[in-house]
Design a protein around this ligand. Structure first.
Ligand code: UDP
Length: 478
């Protein structure tokens, strides 16, 4: 740990919303635990989502971490965690400028979705470190897709191609590529350029998870980066795990009691993250598959996508469109626990009864699955999730692909559903007894051990945090 004398002051400026805000808060906490004075700058309404854990760090653990709130702004106050990549936060331009001028931090870690922020930070000559919420593998895939455009040389959206020049032969199809990889928008180019001109990138990953891609990123693509994760592992207290991101819609005790009533490795955990909306017909397919299999499950149902022909109303949002009597049957047989809204994901994943994780391959969920040693059933939907799927299933070989083929934006209605037969087959493969499953489990447990080692003293992520702090300290010492 870096000594507290001469400690650096780092601003952390998270994006307003689940998948990006959660790991940035954990990152700030990790840096504070290494002695850096960490200030999280955010709106008041967002700060309510994590102020308890920050107070605990500050008051009970005496860590140098605080939250500084901007004046409330109706344009960007978002408490339901649904802020999307497209949310425009530029109303924070002047407030940010004022804070930077007033407090002159040694550096700022800024989420790449604050697309406008680079100009003001660079103008004030404050080292700008980008946080983009993804891992090394998907970043290498993205850069090489852009460099070589292999998707332009195939005859159809479903014809596979190999992403050139990567350490492994990674196959994708055009239908699995994000729209921003097919046709980069102005916003996307802006984010890419601001990353290129930054001081570097902090990455929520660890070296032993994707060593070939961490090396490729640093040595071949020449990206200055610090691998500081898995940052979720800074949540060691049960309260922090329970309240992470949002207050759960199930109380911790009943969730744990339910899990305690199950055999080790016997429960499938299903969640599609904080943003994804599945069509109601897709929920039905999942429900039929779960009913046809003999395995217990926890299913977190977030928002659904009602047909675009209907305007979504509050009432429709809370209507859940499961098959008739499904929920009742699951409850009576104690086979399934359905959580509507927000689940205490870390707490669940770390429970010994969890034997598989059906995930949309959001990067945080992927890392949380890995760190908990739980094999995954991959069901990518949006963002860079189709790349993450390949890392899980082909590079690490700790997951089974469910068969999702179509990338769609989080707010777009998807046309292609995954049928119940495919879901059932994948669930049986993941949860049934087989040599293949045992191998997967063994592999992911080994990686989970390495994840914990990475953040401990002497570990690679621990070392990268210290290295970045030292680098920021250097100009003060000379
Ligand atoms: N999460 C949670 N409970 C939920 C849904 C999500 O705690 O019910 C957390 C999850 O643990 C993860 C984050 O929200 O840390 C979701 O991030 P991810 O990158 O997996 O997906 P995104 O929400 O960005 O699509």
């Amino acid at each position: 740990m870096v000594s507290e004398t001469n400690s650096v002051h780092i601003f952390f400026f998270p994006f307003v919303g689940g998948g990006h805000q959660i790991p940035m808060i954990d990152t700030a906490r990790a840096f504070a635990s290494h002695g850096a004075k960490s200030t999280i700058i955010t709106t008041l309404s967002n700060s309510l989502l994590f102020h308890n854990s920050i107070s605990r760090d500050h008051q009970h653990s005496n860590l140098p971490i605080t939250i500084l709130t901007f004046p409330e702004n109706p344009q960007i106050s978002d408490t339901d965690m649904s802020a999307a990549p497209t949310t425009d936060t530029s109303a924070l331009h002047q407030p940010l400028r004022r804070l930077l001028l007033e407090l002159r931090p040694d550096a700022i870690v800024v989420d790449m979705f604050h697309r406008w922020a680079a100009d003001v930070i660079d103008e004030l000559r404050i080292p700008r470190i980008v946080f983009n919420g993804t891992g090394c593998f998907s970043r290498c895939v993205r850069v090489n897709l852009q460099r070589y455009a292999p998707h332009e040389n195939v005859g159809s959206d479903s014809e596979p191609f190999v992403v050139p020049d990567l350490p492994d032969p990674i196959e994708l199809t055009r239908s699995r590529l994000p729209s921003f990889a097919r046709n980069p928008s102005r916003d996307f180019d802006r984010m890419r350029k601001s990353e290129e001109t930054s001081f570097g990138t902090v990455i929520n990953s660890f070296y032993d998870l994707e060593p070939a891609y961490a090396d490729y990123l640093r040595n071949v693509l020449k990206k200055k980066s610090w691998l500081v994760g898995p940052v979720s592992l800074c949540n060691t207290k049960t309260e922090d795990k329970t309240e992470r991101g949002k207050n759960p819609t199930i109380d911790e005790r009943s969730c744990l009691n339910w899990l305690n009533s199950k055999e080790p490795n016997s429960v499938l955990y299903i969640s599609f993250g904080s943003l994804a909306r599945l069509p109601q017909e897709q929920l039905k397919e999942i429900a039929y598959a779960l009913e046809a299999c003999d395995y217990s499950f926890i299913w977190v149902i977030g928002k659904i996508f009602k047909s675009s022909k209907h305007k979504e109303t509050e009432e429709e949002e809370t209507n859940w469109f499961l098959p008739d009597g499904f929920e009742q049957r699951m409850k009576e047989s104690n086979k399934g626990l359905i959580i509507r809204g927000w689940a205490p994901q870390l707490l669940i994943l770390e429970h010994s009864s969890i034997g598989g994780f059906m995930t949309h391959c959001g990067w945080n969920s992927t890392l949380e699955g890995v760190s908990s040693g739980v094999p995954m059933m991959t069901w990518p939907l949006s963002a860079e999730q189709f790349s993450n799927e390949k890392l899980i299933s082909r590079v690490l070989r700790v997951g089974v692909e469910v068969g999702s083929e179509e990338w769609a934006s989080w707010d777009e209605e998807r046309r292609v559903l995954v049928g119940r037969e495919k879901v059932e087959e994948a669930v049986k493969k993941m949860m049934g007894k087989s040599e293949e499953r045992e191998e997967m489990r063994r592999r992911i447990r080994e990686i989970a051990v390495k994840a914990r080692r990475a953040v401990e003293e002497g570990g690679t992520s621990y070392g990268d945090i210290d290295a970045l702090i030292k680098e920021l300290q250097a100009p003060r010492i000379t």
